[in-house]
Design a protein around this ligand. Structure first.
Ligand SMILES: [Zn+2]
Length: 105
């Protein structure tokens, strides 16, 4: 019985656009402004390895079908942001009204 009602809910989610999660607006960030590290010829280097928190629904505007990874504030990271593991670009995520989507994380 539980399984059946969950399936019905999922089905409703797909059919009702109001229940879809909001689309995030991505703004490219300069990693030097949000991550402590140095830019080298082979990419941006940090003292600590940066921990990511899993893939987001959003994909990189430059890399087809590459889902962005959520990066929270940590020792070398000053601002929570989204990271593309393919092109190593960093993005600020905001809602369509301009409010930051990652501000509370
Ligand atoms: Zn990318």
């Amino acid at each position: 019985m539980n399984t059946l009602s969950q399936e019905q809910e999922n089905h409703a989610d797909m059919r009702n656009p109001d229940l879809m999660p909001p689309v995030l607006v991505l703004t490219e960030l300069n990693p030097a402004n949000i991550i402590e590290g140095v830019m080298r010829d082979d990419g941006f280097q940090t003292e600590d390895e940066i921990q990511t928190c899993g893939a987001m629904r959003e994909t990189c505007p430059y890399c087809e079908d590459q889902h962005l990874l959520l990066v929270l504030r940590q020792r070398s990271v000053k601002v929570a942001h989204l990271f593309c593991p393919q092109c190593t670009r960093c993005y600020h995520a905001s809602y369509q009204d301009g409010s930051p989507a990652l501000a509370l994380i």
